[in-house]
Design a protein around this ligand. Structure first.
Ligand code: NAD
Length: 512
């Protein structure tokens, strides 16, 4: 019901700089002790992470509500279940992932006898820097990968989700090995201090501008890094698309960070739904993920039909005031992070209104910083559009519809911009999807639905080019934090063969 008991959320206090040095030393000692290598240690901490979430689900709901105004259902489905899902996979598979990987089959005959293989070794203590918009998932899914890989980890959580960050700082040492895993609270100063140190790996989630700072700092200590950045995620709507389905699916991800395709998620979702009568009222505001659709390239003969389908969908999802189900009357609607972000959205809409391009203005409540989903229709092929909505990462509840001549123009438009994190194609024919994915580059691509790639624990999650490098989730998270060491064994028994290359070279050897 959105009621916050102040006492349930610990106070946010930045970690002192001295403490950061101590944490670094402790984690290195833990790693050097070899304890984090064992399967038992990894399994224990993975399971403890699941208990941390399950035991404290209500407090986590309260913290995220306080930070971002997100409803309980949205938090469980979008933030917590993906973590449990990843823990579930890691617990089942980590033993296999840790095993040496034989490379005997592709080896030359003489090398086959040397037992060529790849040994998986933890890279060492790692640094995970996360963003505010999914404060639990963006911190703890990377942690699952680090634990599975046998790496101690420091979690530098976001200052823009202070309640979640403070709660995690309280809970983590109670559940996981406090000498192996630690939370650092704070902002730029604390991040900078952490980035001065050499790590086994750094995984950063956030904006591209800070990503450049992180990559530069990592280069100075020669630390490998993974950057999970933002950008604009386009949708392509072809002339054979079912626009009603496209609109419904698109606004579902824009309004709720979800996608419950896994057994575990469904089990939790079902049990949770039984207790949460307000679940169907939960509304987020589109700043939920950087994989949220950002703009829609619609083939021109389909534009009017698509705009109509969008309006109908928004009316049915969020009936306008004074309906008790309207956006403004929904107690668990998600808010914008701060006034500046809300003002940015309003200025997009005011500008579009002035130019006669505003199709739908979402309901606004400045006090709670809530804005309903809004639509803007730009010029054909985006011509003459500069700056603002069409060039910035929107990261909010505003979608630009850009009519295009055809699919080739849509592809050209995407390729003229930095590579997106996610790309979506709505079409009745798979061949259209295949053409778009073959001719563009993006972190992920999905045909006819939205956001599912982030929940597929068997697929790498990451960007391309400006939307980031490296990936994690599932086995890819394990691999990110694992050093793949090449191993060959050449026993003394092989000496007759090996001695052939010793100098001086005889004529017979030279002939060989
Ligand atoms: P943020 O402000 O929470 O910053 C992210 C982290 O960087 C925080 O922990 C913060 O303390 C740290 N940080 C900030 N300035 C720093 C500096 N100068 N030096 C070192 N560390 C610093 O989050 P944000 O950047 O506003 O996040 C929004 C962006 O993140 C958007 O672009 C969004 O698309 C992207 N994002 C990407 C993903 C993904 O999975 N690829 C997920 C969520 C958000």
């Amino acid at each position: 019901n959105g009621i916050i008991h102040e006492g349930d959320i610990p106070k946010y206090e930045p970690t002192s700089i001295d403490q950061i040095d101590k944490i670094y030393t402790t984690l290195n000692e833990r790693f050097n002790s070899g304890k984090t290598y064992s399967l038992a240690y990894r399994l224990y901490n993975l399971k403890q992470l699941a208990y941390l979430i399950k035991d404290n689900e209500k407090r986590i709901h309260q913290a995220v509500y306080k930070d971002l105004g997100k409803g309980a259902f949205d938090v469980s489905l979008g933030d917590l279940w993906p973590i449990l899902n990843e823990v579930d996979l890691a617990v089942r598979r980590v033993k296999g992932w840790m095993k040496d990987e034989s490379r005997i089959w592709d080896a030359m005959l003489s090398f086959k006898f040397m037992r060529p293989r790849v040994k998986k070794q933890p890279k060492g203590p790692v640094l995970i820097i996360s963003a505010w918009n999914f404060p639990w998932q963006l911190t703890l899914i990377p942690l699952v990968g680090a634990i599975a890989a046998g790496c101690p980890a420091v979690l530098k959580v976001s200052e823009h989700a202070p309640s979640s960050s403070a709660l995690l700082a309280e809970l983590l040492p109670r559940y996981l090995d406090p000498e192996g895993y630690a939370v650092v609270l704070g902002a730029v100063e604390e991040s900078t201090k952490l980035l001065e140190k050499p790590w086994g790996h750094i995984l950063y989630t956030g904006s591209g501008n800070v990503g450049k700072i992180v990559a530069t700092a990592a280069a100075k200590t020669l630390t490998p890094s993974t950057l999970e950045l933002g950008g604009k995620s386009p949708v392509v709507v072809s002339s054979c698309a079912n626009v009603k389905i496209a609109a419904r699916r698109m606004f579902t991800i824009k309004q709720m960070a979800a996608g419950q395709c896994h057994r575990l998620c469904i089990r939790y979702a079902v049990s949770h739904l039984r207790h949460d009568a307000t679940a169907d009222q939960t509304i987020a505001n589109g700043n939920d993920r950087s994989v949220a659709p950002d703009y829609v390239l619609v083939v021109k003969d389909k534009v009017d039909e698509f705009v109509e389908a969008c309006k109908e969908t928004l009316d049915s999802f969020f009936p306008p005031s004074p309906s008790p189900l309207s956006f403004l009357h929904t107690p668990q609607s998600s808010s914008m992070r701060n006034d500046a972000d809300l003002d940015r959205m309003i200025s997009y809409l005011d500008k579009a209104d002035g130019e006669g391009k505003l199709v739908n203005r979402g309901e606004l409540n400045k006090e709670s910083r809530r804005l309903g989903i809004s639509l803007v229709k730009t010029n054909l092929n985006g011509e003459g559009e500069t700056g603002g909505l069409v060039e910035d990462e929107v990261f909010g509840p505003v979608i630009a519809i850009i009519p295009v001549d055809d699919i080739d123009t849509a592809i050209k438009y995407i390729n003229a911009r930095p590579h997106p994190l996610a790309l979506y194609v709505c079409s009745g024919k798979r061949s259209v999807f295949t053409k778009v994915i073959n001719e563009t580059c993006s972190g992920s691509a999905t045909w006819n639905d939205f956001g599912f790639a982030t929940l597929a624990r068997n697929l790498p999650f990451g960007g391309a080019g400006a939307s980031g490098w490296g990936s994690y989730h599932g086995k890819d998270g394990f691999d990110t934090f694992t050093h793949h060491k090449a191993i060959l064994e050449i026993p003394y028994l092989f000496e007759p063969l090996m001695s052939l290359r010793y100098p001086p070279l005889s004529n017979a050897k030279k002939a060989v």
